[in-house]
Design a protein around this ligand. Structure first.
Ligand code: ADP
Ligand code: ZN
Length: 606
């Protein structure tokens, strides 16, 4: 944390940045590298800021926009998000506006006029709009404080979010060589980084990399028994009133799951690319504007969702890569409060992934690697954070205390001999049967099918009686995950040996397996520890906030974050002055809502 805000050489900008942080945004301290980034931009440098989701990128250009003379031009690809930001800024008394083609001609003229009059601190535009000739002309006539390019990774053709217009942004920015430019992103691989510098900033750019760790997110990955019931239990026990996202692998599944959850008394909606644009928009708006809604979604949902109080992200299917998992889970807990990333998976999930790995991805080694890494991550038996952060070239010492493996370290056992038995059983039965049959043979079960096939005559019949069915499943799953066996390419559900299995069979390699724990049994304590959901004051403040939000047509968190409400409950301020000291209560919000909040507090019985 940077608390060093007055260096001897530039005491003024740092002090000024800090006082904006307090007075406008109501926050006590800068996070991570915010102070350094802001300082550089205020000084006029070009800056690349790499910060995790929820790291606080927006302040890195919003505060310089307030300190530097003129208007900051913010280029962002996500129109819904721009509107949210402008609403949130207005709540803090900052003069911001959006310019886009969905506005009426009058609205656009009004925005342009206040831009010309110097009446805006920030102007948000989409890249297409920025590149239009009339916008370029407009910008030549005004005083620009800085350019901020959000989601800067969109400039890279390597990523999934490539947007060709990003390649042309520099045509505009280079027309204003004296104006500093800050590019921001949460996607940080090396290639993307280089592309951003090359196409958006130039070689002289200063690069700031924040830690990508999300210490407030607790990662838990468990075994699937009955996924829906496990999920329900998790939500009921740990997040009964919270907003969350449940990622599912198929459109159909998002719908059936949402319906099922509603049947259980929860508030859930589906979201996927097959819904009409209107439906998608309504569901997304509901998620943002209501409290405690659960979105059952495919990966079509996520980018541009800036809701700070998503308390959990659950996965019922295995993501395509560790990066995808990290990005999806990263949508939890942007406000810094304890949040959960929760996932269950089973043998069949691994078979599905392995199938994908076969013929479809034979020609795509990179994609294969990503999936392999994801599978290994699932079965990982030590702290999960070093693996996650490794993807951002960041070292983590492990023992984070905030992942399943740290919270209840899994027991491992030497499964080499068991694995050898399983492998030879797969071989002797002809590499065409699925897990249940293999286990039946191993356990020496005399079923009709087995006698008919003559599998009771095999040397491997009954050699695995010492382990129960559950353990055999676990061994087979881990053999699959580690690539010693694979599903048959025809997709009949049979298991085959891979090249890699030879070394294990010959005893040149050994295999350690984790002892499976059930996901539902792994909940040490709810993540939401600060405020009890049943606290009447918490309920009252939330109700007041929701009403206010509806009245103003903004999302509740734009009024006050959960974290601010919690701080109010803890501090129980006696007057406006004390209320003004609280995290998230800036000058403007104090004026607007101070009285009302005190009233709610004093009228709620303790
Ligand atoms: P992202 O990096 O994902 O764009 P945001 O800029 O939306 O993150 O910030 C995430 C949340 O953290 C916002 O609600 C923001 O107000 C809050 N935030 C940012 N900086 C600070 C800070 N220094 N102290 C407290 N909260 C902060
Ligand atoms: Zn850990």
């Amino acid at each position: 944390m940077s608390t060093q805000f007055s260096t001897p050489d530039q005491p003024d900008t740092r002090t000024s940045a800090r006082s904006h942080l307090h007075q406008v945004f109501g926050y006590a301290e800068f996070r991570g590298r915010q102070a350094d980034i802001i300082d550089s931009v205020v000084q006029g440098a070009s800056v690349l800021a790499l910060m995790p989701t929820g790291g606080g990128k927006s302040l890195c250009y919003q505060i310089p926009a307030l300190i530097r003379e003129g208007t900051a031009i913010v280029i962002s690809p996500l129109i819904a998000l721009m509107r949210d930001q402008v609403d949130a800024l207005a709540q803090n008394g900052v003069r911001a506006a959006v310019l886009n083609s969905s506005q009426s001609a009058e609205e656009q003229q009004a925005v342009e006029a206040s831009l010309r009059n110097g009446g805006l601190d920030l102007l948000y535009v989409a890249p297409e709009r920025l590149l239009q000739t009339k916008t370029r002309h407009l910008l030549e006539q005004v005083n620009i404080a800085l350019f901020a390019i959000d989601e800067a990774h969109c400039v890279s053709q390597w990523g999934h979010d490539f947007r060709p217009e990003y390649l042309n942004i520099h045509q505009v920015t280079t027309r204003h060589p004296e104006v500093p430019c800050i590019a921001l992103t949460a996607t940080a691989d090396k290639q993307t980084r280089q592309d951003i510098i090359k196409h958006l900033l130039g070689e002289s750019a200063q690069v700031f990399i924040d830690s990508f760790d999300r210490p407030n997110i607790r990662y838990r990955i468990g075994q699937k028994t009955n996924a829906k019931e496990q999920l329900l239990r998790f939500i009921q026990l740990e997040h009964p009133d919270d907003a969350g996202i449940v990622y599912c692998g198929s459109r159909k599944k998002t719908e059936t799951l949402a319906e099922w959850l509603c049947g259980k008394g929860l508030n859930a909606l589906p979201y996927h690319a097959g819904l009409s644009p209107e439906e998608r928009q309504t569901h997304q708006d509901q998620f943002i504007h209501e409290e405690g809604l659960i979105m059952c979604a495919t990966i079509a949902f996520g980018m541009g969702i800036d809701k700070p109080n998503v308390r959990f992200v659950a996965h019922l299917d295995v993501p395509k890569s560790i990066e995808a998992y990290y990005q999806e889970t990263g949508r939890a807990g942007r406000d810094g409060l304890p949040s959960d990333a929760w996932m269950v998976y089973g043998l069949n999930d691994i078979i599905q992934v392995r199938r994908l790995l076969g013929p479809t991805l034979a020609s795509n080694p990179l994609e294969r690697q990503r999936l392999e890494a994801m599978l290994a991550f699932l079965e990982h038996a030590e702290c999960r954070r070093p693996v996650l952060l490794g993807y951002f070239n960041e070292d983590h010492p492990g023992q984070c205390g905030g992942c399943d493996n740290c919270l209840s370290p899994p027991k491992t056992w030497d499964a080499t001999e068991a694995a050898q038995k399983a492998l030879s059983c797969i071989f002797r039965t002809g590499q065409r049967y699925g897990a249940t049959h293999i286990i039946d043979v191993l356990q020496g079960r005399l079923s009709d099918r087995i006698t008919r096939l003559g599998h009771d005559q095999l040397s491997t019949f009954g050699i695995g009686r010492e382990l129960n069915k559950h353990t055999w499943f676990s061994v087979l799953r881990q053999l699959l995950a580690k690539g010693y066996i694979e599903p048959d390419p025809e997709g009949h559900g049979g298991l085959q040996l891979s090249e890699q299995s030879r070394a294990l069979l010959r005893g040149e390699e050994s295999l350690f397996c984790r002892v499976d724990a059930l996901a539902s049994a792994q909940s040490p304590k709810p993540a939401q520890s600060t405020t009890e959901n049943s606290d009447p004051l918490w309920q009252a403040l939330k109700a007041w906030r929701l009403e206010m939000a509806h009245e103003l047509g903004v999302p509740p968190y734009v009024i006050f974050h959960d974290r601010t409400l919690q701080a109010i409950i803890e501090a129980r301020p006696d007057d406006l002055e004390e209320l003004g000291q609280i995290h998230g209560v800036g000058r403007h919000k104090l004026e607007r809502y101070g009285e009302a909040v005190l009233e709610v507090m004093w009228s709620t019985p303790r």
